[in-house]
Design a protein around this ligand. Structure first.
Ligand SMILES: *[C@@H]1O[C@H](CO)[C@@H](O)[C@H](O)[C@H]1NC(C)=O
Ligand SMILES: *[C@@H]1O[C@H](CO)[C@@H](O)[C@H](O)[C@H]1NC(C)=O
Ligand SMILES: *[C@@H]1O[C@H](CO)[C@@H](O)[C@H](O)[C@H]1NC(C)=O
Ligand SMILES: *[C@@H]1O[C@H](CO)[C@@H](O)[C@H](O)[C@H]1NC(C)=O
Ligand SMILES: *[C@@H]1O[C@H](CO)[C@@H](O)[C@H](O)[C@H]1NC(C)=O
Ligand SMILES: *[C@@H]1O[C@H](CO)[C@@H](O)[C@H](O)[C@H]1NC(C)=O
Ligand SMILES: *[C@@H]1O[C@H](CO)[C@@H](O)[C@H](O)[C@H]1NC(C)=O
Ligand SMILES: [Zn+2]
Ligand SMILES: [Zn+2]
Ligand SMILES: [Zn+2]
Length: 381
């Protein structure tokens, strides 16, 4: 029984890797498209035809997974195939085995339907054919060869958003390739709406590799379909530099334009969780921007344990509040005392020094200041 459990676990993991190949598998070439590359041909030669075939192979392989499990069970002797087929074994087993074949059979039927008339019934071909409307002499293959030609150009931009999905921007088209689908929009007929920023952050490692921006590609083409792309923030500059469509952002959303704005928002959120410092002195204007009121004080809170060997310890700063949150956060980002700061390094591992007395401080040591005038009666007693 434990043998069966081990095999089931192993097969489950295998199936998960087929659906969502980890980076290591991809770099080793262990993906469906690599393994079927003989039949698929080169993506560069005919992009659309390649992806029609690739989506078919993917669908077929995925649909075969349950059957593969049953075959695996039989081969390892957990179930007896002969007994199930002809013997007196509980008929529920036979039913289950047949059920695992329904998926691949249906897929095969679909593929045969699609392949008629040189694949013109395939969903990708159908979705391209909406761009032939108004010209009865054009078919989806004309659109496809136009896209293929643009894909061959070196000016195209490809961004892998994860191991199974990528965004392709050519001179006139924007596409998203995912396991079964190919979303497409004609740039001149579309616009881009930024509507969400996702930050995957654990409490100890905020690093910018895990910030994503979601955009909706809205097309005005009759019959066209809007789709959502999710981009890593690191790819943002290349992406916005390449596309020609207008970009708007949801008015209700503060959509950061740059990585720095994003960092500032993140850091401010961390600081907001630190205890507030009560000041009985009236707060002066910020010494840096001479406009906002100073509302930040440095109070050493972190433990005296260096996270890394070359990391200086934080010191006590006795300076009165002299800068506003924005100026201090900008200072914190720009002036790091922890040496060359790697872009991926967590902000919790950074340290800076007080703009006035140069005492080292870290994120935990930054407090908002609240002014509370001393009540006359309280001060007398
Ligand atoms: C890859 O990204 C797409 C959307 O961009 C998402 O639907 C899919 O679940 C992601 N896959 C993995 C393995 O994270
Ligand atoms: C389509 O082709 C036919 C014959 O080749 C031609 O007479 C007709 O004008 C063409 N239609 C369009 C819209 O180009
Ligand atoms: C084709 O477009 C339809 C909606 O118009 C969509 O549901 C479908 O997923 C698309 N197919 C592919 C393969 O992109
Ligand atoms: C795509 O988005 C645009 C703009 O938001 C909207 O007007 C249009 O109805 C959407 N199209 C579809 C098919 O949902
Ligand atoms: C652009 O959109 C319009 C509708 O707004 C449509 O009639 C036209 O065919 C589209 N043009 C192209 C080149 O796709
Ligand atoms: C942006 O594009 C350039 C040139 O294509 C490339 O060298 C660079 O690595 C890209 N940047 C990122 C973050 O992908
Ligand atoms: C000064 O601060 C106010 C808000 O306190 C802000 O609206 C204004 O833009 C600031 N001016 C400058 C020049 O930064
Ligand atoms: Zn300021
Ligand atoms: Zn100081
Ligand atoms: Zn500290």
């Amino acid at each position: 029984m434990s043998n069966l459990f081990a095999f089931t676990t192993f097969y489950g993991l295998f199936a998960a890797c087929v659906f969502y190949p980890p980076k290591e598998f991809v770099s080793m070439g262990f993906t469906i498209s690599e393994l079927a590359s003989l039949w698929l041909g080169q993506e560069l030669d005919s992009f659309i035809q390649y992806h029609i075939k690739r989506s078919i192979v993917t669908l077929m392989v995925h649909s075969l997974l349950p059957f593969g499990y049953v075959v695996g069970l039989a081969m390892r002797g957990h179930i007896d195939a002969v007994q199930i087929l002809f013997g007196s074994e509980n008929p529920i087993w036979l039913t289950l085995c047949i059920c695992t074949l329904i998926g691949p059979m249906y897929t095969l039927y679909k593929i045969l339907t699609w392949s008629k008339n040189n694949w013109s019934k395939h969903p990708i071909a159908k979705n391209l054919s909406i761009y032939c409307a108004g010209d009865e002499n054009r078919t989806w293959t004309d659109i496809a060869s136009n896209i293929n030609r643009e894909f061959m150009s070196i000016s195209k931009l490809q961004i892998a958003t994860n191991t199974t999905t990528k965004v392709v921007v050519t001179d006139n088209w924007i596409m998203q390739v995912s396991p079964y689908k190919l979303d497409i929009a004609y740039q001149a007929n579309s616009s881009l709406v930024g509507y969400k920023v996702d930050i995957y952050q654990s409490t100890t490692t905020f690093n910018i590799g895990t910030v994503y921006a979601k955009y909706r590609v809205c097309t005005r083409q009759p019959g066209g379909r809007n789709f959502t792309i999710r981009l890593n923030f690191n790819d943002m500059e290349n992406f916005t530099g390449k596309i020609l469509m207008p970009i708007t952002t949801e008015p209700s959303l503060a959509f950061p334009k740059t990585m720095k704005e994003l960092w500032m928002d993140e850091i401010k959120q961390v600081i907001a969780d630190n205890p507030v410092y009560i000041s009985h002195e009236e707060l002066e204007k910020c010494a840096v921007c001479i406009n906002a009121t100073s509302n930040i004080k440095l109070i050493k809170r972190c433990p005296d344990i260096p996270i890394r060997d070359d990391m200086p310890l934080c010191k006590i700063c006795n300076c009165p509040p002299r800068s506003c949150i924005d100026c201090l956060v900008k200072w914190f980002i720009a002036k790091s005392v922890t040496g060359e700061v790697d872009q991926d390094e967590s902000f919790f591992q950074r340290k800076s020094s007080c703009p006035q007395c140069r005492s080292t401080f870290c994120l935990l040591d930054i407090s908002y200041v609240k002014y509370e005038p001393v009540e006359p009666s309280a001060s007398k007693s």
